[in-house]
Design a protein around this ligand. Structure first.
Ligand code: ZN
Length: 403
C-alpha cells in the first residue's frame, strides 16, 4: 500500500500522456545457451531506436523466483502490490466480459471439456471449440435454477466461459474442479472451509444440471471450473494517480483487470496490434493514460513457437509508428511476465523494460531492445509495481516528497 499512498499524496495535474504497452509474456530465453532470445532474434528497428534514445531495465512482477499469473502481474504493472491485492481469475474474467461483479457475488472461470462414457476427461479444452460454437452452448446453460442463488453465464473466448452466482453467503474458498490432466473425471467443488460449503453445494448443483443439458454434445459434454473468487474492491486508479485511464485489450481477462481498477475499457474493431494502436489514436484526446495489451507473444510462447513469437514481436514493431505519431510523453514497453517458448509456460525471469520519455530520460548505452541489454540497462532491476511511480515522475505528475 505504501506505493499507492505515496502516489495519492504526491500526484499533481499535468497535460502529459502516458502509454504502457504490454506484450504478454514478452520475456524469453535463448533457444540454446549463448543465442538470442525471441525478442533479441526479432528484427525490431523501431524499438531499437527507442532503446537507444530511452533507457532499459528489468522488472520483477511478484518477487524473485516467483512465477506469476497474468492477473497479479498486471496489477503490479498498475502499481498495486500483487501480494496485498490478491484477485481471483474468476472475478477478473467476469468483469472483462462485462458481467457486473457486486459485493458478495461469486465468480468462476469455466472450461468446456470432453469426457468419455466413463466420465473421464479426454480433452480438457473440448477440442478448443470456437467462440461461435461456444455461444449456443452457453445459452443452453442460462437460467439454471438454484436454491439460494441466481446463476449467470457468459461466453469468454473459445471453450472458456464465465459463471457468476448471486446470492447470500457465497464464500469463494472452493477447490478448482479441473484435475489439470486427462484420464480423470472433473472434480466436485469442495469448500475448503466451513463458510464455503454452502457455495460449493450450489456450484455442484449447477454443474449437475449443466451436464444434463450438455450430455448430447459431441465435444463439449462436460465442464470444469477454476478461479472461484469474489469482488476484491480494489482502490481505483484515478483518485490514486490523478490520471484518466483507458484500456485497449482484446482478451476479456485484461479488460477485466483494467475495469476492476476503474479504467475505461475501449471497444474497437479488429485484433491486430495496428488495430489496437489505431483505437488508442481515436481516443487520444479523452484520456491521459493508455494501457495496451497484446496477447499473442504469450500464446506463442506457450505453444513453444520461438520463431512465431519473434515474428509477432516484429509485427508489433512495425505497427508501433502508429503510437509514436501520437507523441506520448512517456512510453513504456514491457511484459507482464516472461513466457520463454523453450519452457512453454510463464516463468519467474525478470521482464525486459524499455522506457522512452524524450523530455526527461537519462539514457544508458543500450543499442537495442533485448533481455541482455535490459539486464545491464540504466534503470536496473526493480519491482513491476514501481513502474507506475517512475512513469508518473517522467510525466511530471509527481510533486517532490518533503521540504
Ligand atoms: Zn500474462
Amino acid at each position: 500500500m505504501a506505493n499507492l499512498d505515496m502516489m495519492r499524496r504526491l500526484q499533481e495535474p499535468n497535460s502529459t500522456k502516458i502509454v504502457l504497452l504490454v506484450m504478454d509474456g514478452l520475456g524469453g530465453l535463448p533457444r540454446e545457451a549463448g543465442g538470442p532470445t525471441e525478442l533479441e532474434a526479432a528484427n525490431t528497428p523501431l524499438m531499437d531506436r527507442l532503446a537507444k534514445d530511452g533507457v532499459l531495465g528489468q522488472i520483477v512482477p511478484v518477487g524473485p523466483g516467483i512465477t506469476p499469473g497474468s492477473g497479479p502481474a498486471h496489477l503490479a504493472l498498475f502499481g498495486y502490490d500483487p501480494i496485498e491485492f490478491d484477485v481471483g481469475r474468476g472475478v477478473i474474467e467476469a468483469a472483462g466480459i462485462g458481467l457486473e461483479v457486486n459485493e458478495g457475488d461469486l465468480a468462476a472461470r469455466g472450461n468446456f471439456c470432453t469426457v468419455d462414457a466413463e466420465g473421464k476427461i479426454t480433452d480438457r479444452r473440448a477440442g478448443r471449440i470456437s467462440t461461435a460454437k461456444s455461444k449456443p452452448l452457453v445459452d443452453k446453460l442460462r437460467g439454471i435454477g438454484l436454491d439460494g442463488a441466481i446463476a449467470e453465464v457468459e461466453v469468454l473466448r473459445e471453450y472458456r466461459f464465465s459463471l457468476l452466482l448471486r446470492g447470500p453467503n457465497l464464500s469463494p474458498n472452493i477447490e478448482e474442479t479441473d484435475p489439470l490432466t486427462t484420464g480423470q473425471p472433473p472434480l466436485p467443488a469442495v469448500g475448503l472451509d466451513k463458510a464455503s460449503e454452502h457455495a460449493a453445494k450450489l456450484v455442484n448443483d449447477w454443474v449437475a444440471e449443466a451436464r444434463r443439458r450438455l450430455a448430447d454434445q459431441p465435444a463439449a459434454n462436460a465442464l470444469t471450473l477454476r478461479g472461484f473468487s469474489t469482488d476484491p474492491n480494489l482502490p481505483k486508479f484515478k483518485p490514486i494517480y490523478g490520471l484518466d485511464p483507458a484500456c485497449v485489450a482484446v482478451y476479456p481477462m485484461y479488460r477485466g483487470v483494467s475495469r476492476l481498477v476503474g479504467m475505461k475499457v475501449i471497444n474497437f474493431d479488429g485484433e491486430t496490434p495496428a488495430d489496437e494502436f489505431a483505437a488508442v489514436g481515436e481516443h487520444w484526446q479523452r484520456h491521459d493514460y493508455f494501457f495496451i495489451h497484446i496477447k499473442k507473444t504469450d500464446s506463442l510462447g506457450e505453444d513453444g513457437n520461438f520463431d512465431g513469437k519473434a515474428a509477432f514481436i516484429e509485427q508489433v514493431d512495425q505497427a508501433i509508428s502508429g503510437l509514436l505519431d501520437l507523441n506520448p510523453d512517456v512510453l513504456a514497453i514491457t511484459g507482464d511476465h516472461s513466457t520463454p517458448s523453450r519452457m512453454r509456460y510463464h516463468s519467474w525471469h525478470p521482464v525486459p523494460l524499455l522506457l522512452w520519455a524524450p523530455e526527461t530520460v537519462r539514457s544508458d548505452s543500450a543499442t537495442a531492445f533485448g533481455e541482455s541489454q535490459c539486464a545491464s540497462g540504466g534503470l536496473g532491476t526493480f519491482a513491476s509495481a514501481e513502474l507506475m511511480p517512475i512513469m508518473m515522475a517522467h510525466a511530471r505528475r509527481l510533486q517532490k516528497y518533503g521540504a
